[in-house]
Design a binder for this molecule. Sequence first.
Ligand code: ATP
Ligand code: MG
Length: 618
Amino acid sequence: MSEAAAAPKRAPRASLGSPEGDDVFGAFDPRVARRFLAYLKPHRRSFIIAQVAVLFSAAGQLSMPLVIGWVTQSVIAHDVGRFHLALAAFAVAAAAFAAMFFLEEWLSQRLANRVIFDVRRHMFAHFQDISLSFMDKTHVGRLMSRLQGDVNSLQEFLENTTGAVGDFVQLIGIAVILVAIDVKLGLLTLTVLPALIGLRAIWLPYSKVAFRLARDASSTANSALAENINGVRTVQETRREALNFQLYAEKAQENFRAQAHAAWISQIMIPTVDILTGVALGIVVVVGGSEVLNSHLSVGVMVAFVFYVQKFFDPVRMLSMQYTIMQRAMAAAHRIFEVLDVPVTIADRPDARVLAVEAPTVEFRHVTFGYDPARPILHDVSFQVRPREVVALVGPTGSGKTSIISLTHRFYDVDQGQVLVGGVDVRDVSLDSLGRTIGMVLQEPFLFTGTIEENIRYNTEGASLETIVAAARAVSAHDFIMRLPEGYQTPLGQRGRNLSMGQRQLISFARALVADPQVLILDEATANIDSFTEQAIQKALKVLFAGRTCMVIAHRLATIRDADRIVVLQAGRILEQGSHDELMATDGLYRHLYTSAHASFDDEAVAATGDAEFATRT
Ligand SMILES: Nc1ncnc2c1ncn2[C@@H]1O[C@H](COP(=O)(O)OP(=O)(O)OP(=O)(O)O)[C@@H](O)[C@H]1O
Ligand SMILES: [Mg+2]
């Protein structure tokens, strides 16, 4: 972990979403601590007040045994005046302790919540900007659940920091007071401390291992559970329930064993501390008692000693717990910063232009690109979509169609060549204006939690309900929307599961129509849709395409035939391009695919496997 901190600006590590680097405990790292302090800075006033409060509350708590000793002594001496005074002192100390303790707890909880709020906001903002290439390399689900845990660890730490200061003050305070009120007895009592430190040093490595195992086991079991819930359709469809249950049961068993072991290890320290407390009390009673008999010590002091010794191990226990919390928070903060440090490679240049071209062209100039630059999947691709032209991209699966539209929207940057929209390199225009110029309808439209109306309006603020209804009418979605229980106000289930595939498509068409982009990019759905919806979609496409520069990944023959021009791709290269008639006049892949007369290009077996055959023919 530490080498990553040394070079935080390095390319994102693939390990971010994987089990490696999943340390539970982190060593203290001043760099991480300093960055973390920056989050505390805006709240330094509450922080300081909380620290002062904790000092007062510790002082109140520290003075209590002394006051009790004083009360005892005045009772023994039958001194009523001093007895009342001592009682008053006790009341003041108790009240001060309680009030300051409350203030400190309240302030540190509030502080923790505010800091965590800032951390969460930063992470969310950063995750929205992180380039897709990072997401491709990262196990996002795992990353998310881990970051969630990390944020919780940080919060726990923040809520405990002021308490740790108080515990530290108490520990030192008790030791000093013990020695101050009776040097010999004080030192003798403190001899149990090295024993405790030694035992803890032996115990610590075991506990770390046990905690790590417990956490790994729990995350393995959790991810198995999550995967099964997410994939429950496939599980039921393939009747894998029994096998999956058995696999899960094994993981749950393992988790159970690991948790039980960790609990055992962590609990073992409690009786140990109790035994040591007993030893210290024994010393006080035996040695202190004989001193009282010898009249070297007052009963009051001995009573105070008993109380101090009983209190002594509380801060020890708390501090050792807080130390663990601190280590956990260190590892957590480290991972959070690691994510916040993932460079945003797709970002506006300082001099980015605002793209505002009426009916722009889209042009690829000798584009070479690979998700891994060492393995290009697009080779020297050049083509142009002229203003208000509809160009269909066709080609076998994996030929690079989706990659081409991803590059047009600059989800990735090209390795060689240029992608131009409206004659400007997409790297030179602001991402905002590029996003406004280009509208995308993806193969599997993503619908968000919310009503149909909200989903159609999505990012077009200020679009009235009339506009939305008009768009829905234009793409033939209005009728089915009105048949839904609450019409446009019908809430969509998770990702729109309560709609059919075709209906989701139509909603996303309406969304694109409302956004009214100059350039429309469409990844046609491959899912089979009933012929009625199919007709609705073909009609909707005509409306959508009208007056825009369009690039469509086409699977349906109807869409392809209607396009002004067709670009045929194979294995990342453009094989041929032209109108339907032109391509039919040649003896290329297109004619071959078309004449095999399938309803969809993707049904063609040669298309998927015939790279070699066509490579030799062309
Ligand atoms: N996010 C990614 N990371 C790495 N490789 C990818 C990624 N997306 C696609 N690829 C690879 O790039 C190549 C082109 O994929 P692309 O998705 O562009 O094909 P496609 O023509 O859209 O196929 P389909 O018709 O199946 O949608 C494939 O070899 C694929 O394995
Ligand atoms: Mg695709």
